[in-house]
Design a binder for this molecule. Structure first.
Ligand code: ZN
Length: 210
């Protein structure tokens, strides 16, 4: 028997949250898998807080089945022997994969570079799946935004006047990798790669709308 529920790899950022919104749009039930690599304590605090806010906003719709979470030590950027983050994500997928999952969804968009190319992502996933000797059918990997740029994702899901849920979720999303402490909370650094990408996208949208 093959599955009927997608497993979404969810960081709580704009792209993976758009995958969640897509399930709401189609009223499809789903599972989430979040992988917190503890390489920056403040970032994890901000991300977890943001994820909880997003989930409580979505909760009344009852489409979320399970939210799996893996808190993983700092294995991705210590010393010279770095493990590529997508390998960690695929390892986590193997831990939480169930026969109900027909798809593993990643929020990569055009230009994001998983494992230096999606071919390697598919191959690595297939080989890992074989090694795990599961007794169910291999789910497919789905990357719905592979041909979309960041502006398109923002416009379609967060700045779309016809889509109230996305507008409601937008203020809760956190992507900054270098949060700065301010008072009792944190503010964005506006300097890290995700901050620069966010503000560049917002500038493009603003210029376009003028
Ligand atoms: Zn930042």
């Amino acid at each position: 028997m093959s599955g009927n529920i997608p497993l979404i790899i969810w960081s709580g950022g704009y792209d993976s949250t758009a995958l969640v919104l897509d399930c709401y749009e189609r009223a499809e039930r789903f599972d989430l898998l979040s992988i917190d690599i503890i390489n920056n304590k403040n970032k994890v605090i901000c991300e977890t807080k943001a994820q909880n806010k997003i989930l409580s906003t979505l909760k009344p719709n009852k489409l979320l089945r399970n939210h799996y979470r893996w808190e993983c030590g700092n294995i991705s950027n210590s010393g010279d022997w770095r493990l590529s983050q997508p390998v960690i994500w695929l390892t986590a997928v193997m831990m939480f994969l169930r026969k109900e999952h027909y798809q593993i969804k990643f929020g990569y968009y055009k230009g994001a570079d998983p494992l230096n190319g999606t071919d390697i992502l598919y191959t690595t996933f297939n080989e890992m799946f074989k090694l795990c000797r599961f007794d169910f059918k291999r789910p497919e990997i789905s990357i719905p935004f592979l041909l979309s740029d960041k502006e398109t994702i923002f416009r379609d899901w967060y700045f779309n006047d016809d889509y109230a849920l996305g507008k409601k979720i937008y203020p809760h999303i956190w992507t900054c990798e270098g949060p700065l402490k301010k008072g009792r909370g944190y503010i964005e650094c506006k300097k890290c790669v995700p901050c620069l990408s966010k503000y560049k996208t917002l500038c493009i949208i603003e210029n376009f709308n003028q």
